[in-house]
Design a protein around this ligand. Structure first.
Ligand code: BTN
Length: 252
């Protein structure tokens, strides 16, 4: 069903398709421990029965309609403190992919939810394996809603809902893998300023007054950007605060 991409050097050149599995992230992680796999190996399924999301959430999709896959990268050039750079690279690549599919307005809701019109179209789950303060390998799980029309979850959308047409899953996978590889190569080449500016350019709510919640308190603030380790920087009425993951939520 899925073809080896013609337009990448390594992303998807080793492509493993399983008709059904619990979670492509879990399956790929198991495989990595058993045998050496080349960088760019993709594990993809049509039916993920126990998809995992961030913060212990689940990721549910209808079989056969969406992209659900994981890709193995080996960013050994990144230290633990630099791991947010990978989050930035993957988020930016997904936005560029959506642009190529006709969606100009893709945004990154910090840290790495991808939205269009304030509705989630893609979720990303990055699981890093660390040794000696360096990332040994990273399993990047990506779920993009492509041809699904109806969602149980509130504020979810898909490429077909946004563009008004069905998309060929193999074709969109090829585009996404090509974008992932090219942004990853920028990261590997050390083009950090470019990457950060692309991330900020796509950051949802930047320089807008939004409502947040932290430690049970609701407050208004303006997102100014991210700090050197990827924490969210918010201007509040009298102070500037910095939040790590799980420390702040957006109130829509
Ligand atoms: C999130 O938004 O919470 C992240 C969702 C990530 C879902 C993808 S689908 C493919 C891969 N396998 C998983 O079990 N999860 C990721």
């Amino acid at each position: 069903m899925y073809k080896i991409p013609a337009n990448t050097l390594f992303a998807g050149q080793n492509l493993i398709f399983v008709p059904e599995c619990q979670s492509t992230n879990t399956l790929l992680a198991e495989l990595v421990t058993k045998s050496p796999l080349p960088e760019g190996t993709v594990m993809i399924t049509s039916h993920q029965t126990a998809g995992r999301g961030q913060r212990g959430n689940t990721w549910q999709t209808v079989a056969g309609l969406n992209l659900t896959f994981s890709i193995l990268l080996k960013p050994m050039f990144l230290t633990v403190k630099q791991q947010f750079q990978l989050t930035m690279a993957v988020s930016v690549a997904v936005c560029l992919f959506l642009k190529k599919c006709g969606l100009e307005n893709a945004k990154i809701k910090w840290p790495n939810d991808i939205l269009t019109d304030r509705e989630k179209i893609c979720g990303i789950l990055i699981e890093n394996s660390i040794q000696d303060e360096k990332i040994q390998h990273s399993i990047i799980g990506i779920g993009v809603n492509i041809n699904q029309h109806e969602f149980q979850a509130a504020r979810a959308t898909s490429l077909c809902r946004q563009t008004g047409k069905e998309h060929d899953l193999n074709e969109v996978l090829q585009i996404l893998l090509s974008e992932l590889e090219s942004v990853y190569l920028q990261l590997r080449a050390g083009n950090n300023e470019w990457l950060k500016s692309m991330y900020l350019q796509h950051l949802y709510g930047r320089n807008e007054l939004l409502l947040f919640e932290s430690q049970g308190e609701r407050f208004e603030g303006v997102i100014k950007g991210i700090d050197e380790i990827g924490r969210l920087v918010i201007d509040r009425s009298t102070t500037q605060s910095v939040y790590a993951m799980k420390e702040v939520t957006f109130i829509f």
